[in-house]
Design a protein around this ligand. Structure first.
Ligand code: MG
Length: 382
């Protein structure tokens, strides 16, 4: 039996992870759960799964949680430190990181330094700290198995094959809710959060609408698979059946197909290299009949070009892209800027940035702070 810590258990990835763990039966048990502030759902999950420990990051509703878990013997930890504490716990065999944003970095690093497997849904960690994370993974004989559906697909297509044999990675993208809309200056928050295929948290839904999600995924793929940016491309594929593909030097393309359902990549990250029956509805190829593909027009989706630019500038630039995006997504959700401003401001911030090569953790954190401040200047200027 493997003991899993689910970080962000009340979010969209976390809820799916608990469905997966439940379906896998005795093979996995959730030993720790965490959430930012949704104490109601966290207490329900804790009473159902009986983990050894739960972490509440924002302590505002701590009394409520204490009351709900009274007499259960479930330990309650608090704050961001609590996340690292469970990542390091010797009873935790595997960390599933479903936390949103750069807050996901410290627990990922903590688990890796203990040589554990991290099932990683938190792409921001790799975008900002990719080089450090991958070096520490090798050094500590730890494992990072991607949960992001595209990267899970690529991971499965590569299946340990020599990188030298890879001609191109093809990341697929639904195109988001505004694939056919030219002007993003007047879209509402409601329209933005209404993704055509995936039901997800707010941050990633806004990222999908601006295509920053794909930008982050290009950078994520670069670090995760050690593939240069020239070999990473994006293809618009609105049906979301092919989750990504790899073209090899002989011209063979291997792709991974399934119905769009996050429980599948989550399960694979847990059971890898094994496979188990899953709760995902089987794909019937005769039912789909048509799959369509379009190329990405850079002027329509400037976010994609920003990813390549950030990788080219290198060093701290990808962290700057990520941090300014995090700040600007909040600004959009607080109705301080229109959606089209997000990529415009990120472009200005990247332009101003003087990158530090081979940065330390502290230097990356400094760059993140700087990027948020710079982005804020543009928000206030508006
Ligand atoms: Mg994805």
């Amino acid at each position: 039996m493997k003991r899993v810590a689910v970080l962000g258990s009340t979010g969209s990835i976390g809820k799916n992870a608990l469905l997966v763990v439940e379906n896998l039966g005795k093979e996995f048990t959730p030993i720790a759960l965490s959430c930012f502030r949704n104490v109601e759902l966290l207490s329900q999950q804790a009473l159902q799964f009986r983990p050894k420990v739960v972490v509440l990051v924002n302590q505002e509703h701590l009394p409520f949680l204490k009351e709900k878990l009274k007499g259960t013997g479930i330990n309650i930890l608090t704050g961001k430190e609590g996340l690292c504490e469970i990542a390091e716990m010797k009873e935790v065999d595997l960390l599933l990181n479903g936390i949103m944003g750069s807050a996901g970095f410290p627990p990922t690093l903590a688990a890796i330094r203990k040589g554990k497997r991290v099932a990683l849904a938190n792409k921001e960690t790799l975008v900002s700290y990719g080089q450090i994370i991958m070096e520490e993974t090798i050094k500590n004989k730890a494992e990072i198995i991607p949960v992001d559906s595209e990267h899970s697909a690529i991971f499965q297509c590569l299946n340990g094959r020599e990188k030298a044999n890879v001609k191109k990675i093809m990341l697929t993208s639904s195109g988001g809710p505004f694939r056919n809309r030219k002007d993003l200056s007047n879209v509402t928050i409601k329209e933005t959060l209404n993704h055509p295929v995936w039901r997800m948290g707010k941050k990633i839904s806004v990222d999908s609408a601006t295509m920053m999600n794909k930008a982050l995924e290009i950078i994520e793929a670069h670090f995760l698979f050690g593939i240069p940016q020239e070999k990473i491309s994006v293809v618009i594929h609105p049906e979301c059946i092919i989750h990504s593909a790899v073209e090899f030097v002989d011209g063979t393309i291997i792709a991974q197909l399934s119905n769009p359902d996050m429980t599948l990549p989550i399960q694979y990250a847990l059971t890898y290299p094994e496979r188990r029956p899953s709760i995902t509805k089987t794909l019937d190829l005769t039912e789909i009949s048509t799959l369509t593909f379009e190329s990405v027009v850079p002027t329509r989706f400037p976010a994609v070009s920003l990813a390549y630019l950030a990788l080219k500038k290198g060093g701290t630039t990808t962290a700057v892209l990520n941090a300014s995006n995090e700040f600007l997504v909040d600004a959009f959700l607080e109705q301080k800027i229109s959606l089209d401003k997000i990529t415009k401001i990120i472009s200005e911030v990247i332009d101003k940035h003087s990158p530090i090569k081979e940065p330390s953790i502290e230097e990356i954190q400094e760059a993140e702070k700087w990027a948020k401040k710079e982005a804020e200047k543009y928000v206030l200027k508006k």
